[in-house]
Design a protein around this ligand. Structure first.
Ligand code: PRT
Ligand code: ZN
Length: 286
């Protein structure tokens, strides 16, 4: 079927909610994948497949799925053919090497001749090779953190988010191996009709991401501050400025970047802005 794009997402787990939310925010009308393996969006030529995340890269290499959403860590580990086409800004984590807390860490050479338990043997082996360290890799598929405690390995390489799992297993993080987040991947080569659908989806994803990173801001200011305030929050082209009923005052509307939001608010207050309202934006198209 060339006139439909098949996109694979995780059936259940840490990526599922973020993946579904993103697709829904892009306007796709899809039902949750609790007891189903696939569903067709009601209003967009996309079919969603619900799979285990580890299987998604193979499905894409085989052409069974055209695109997918998975953790970059899994995509790199699986070494299957496909392209990362968009970083998605959720499920952020890191793959790190950790050792027992009682050990004194002396740098990467500590790992020389040691045994490392991990679910990511390819990534770890590449990392060790790059750093000229010879160590054994013990592949296990889950509960990696308990490996040193039960004498299965000297160290581990696993996903870390808050670090509390390492802590409660008596381990400490010593090296960052890979930073990861959810990514949109696609087949190496798509037919034009599928590429067109993917491009439309990408356009929507970008609008959703822009909106998440920006806020709509409304404020009142004395007219003499308009220019200085415009320099702080120039908006997409320029702010909208409307006269207030109170003489010498205006209402100014613009957008503000989420990342330097508080810093900007301080500057605006210092310039005489009052009655500042900040509103989430649903979609943003530049
Ligand atoms: O069933 P399926 O195979 O589809 O899912 P899964 O069990 O293999 O994966 P899942 O749902 O656990 O994770 C999917 C993806 O989420 C991972 O590949 C990562 O890209 C991303 N992700 C983000 C995480 C975490 N954060 C995370 N904290 N994956 C796993 N963890 C685990 C980690 O393995 C460790 O046990 O959480 C623990 C560490 O968390 P902290 O907060 O204690 O440091
Ligand atoms: Zn998995």
């Amino acid at each position: 079927m060339n006139n439909i794009l098949r996109i694979a997402i995780q059936k259940s787990g840490r990526l599922q909610e973020g993946s579904l939310k993103l697709l829904k925010d892009c306007g796709l009308n899809i039902s949750n994948g609790k007891d189903q393996l696939k569903t067709q969006a009601g209003n967009f030529p996309i079919e969603v497949l619900f799979l285990r995340d580890d299987d998604i890269p193979q499905y894409i290499e085989d052409g069974v799925a055209d695109a997918g959403i998975i953790g970059e860590n899994v995509f790199i580990e699986k070494q299957k053919k496909g392209n990362i086409i968009k970083r998605l800004d959720f499920s952020k984590c890191r793959l790190a090497l950790a050792i027992p807390r009682s050990e004194q860490y002396t740098g990467l050479t500590w790992f020389e001749g040691k045994n490392i338990a991990t679910s990511y043997p390819n990534i770890v082996s590449d990392y060790l090779k790059k750093n000229n360290i010879k160590a054994g890799i013990h592949e296990i598929s889950g509960s990696v953190e308990i490996a040193p405690g039960i004498g299965l390995a000297d160290a581990i390489c696993d996903i870390v988010s808050t670090g509390s799992t390492l802590l409660s297993n008596g381990l400490k993080e010593v090296e960052l191996v890979l930073k990861s987040e959810a990514v949109l991947i696609s087949r190496i080569q798509l037919e034009k009709s599928k590429q067109d659908i993917l491009d439309k989806l990408l356009f929507r994803i970008e609008a959703v991401q822009q909106a998440r990173n920006n806020k709509y801001i409304l404020l009142n200011c004395p007219n003499e501050s308009i220019e200085a305030i415009t320099n702080v929050i120039p908006g997409m082209k320029s702010p909208t400025i409307l006269p207030l009923g109170k003489e010498g005052w205006s209402s100014l509307h613009s957008v503000v970047d989420e990342n330097d939001f508080w810093e900007k608010i301080d500057q605006l207050k210092a310039l005489g802005a009052q009655g500042i309202l900040v509103i989430p934006i649903e979609k943003m198209i530049k």
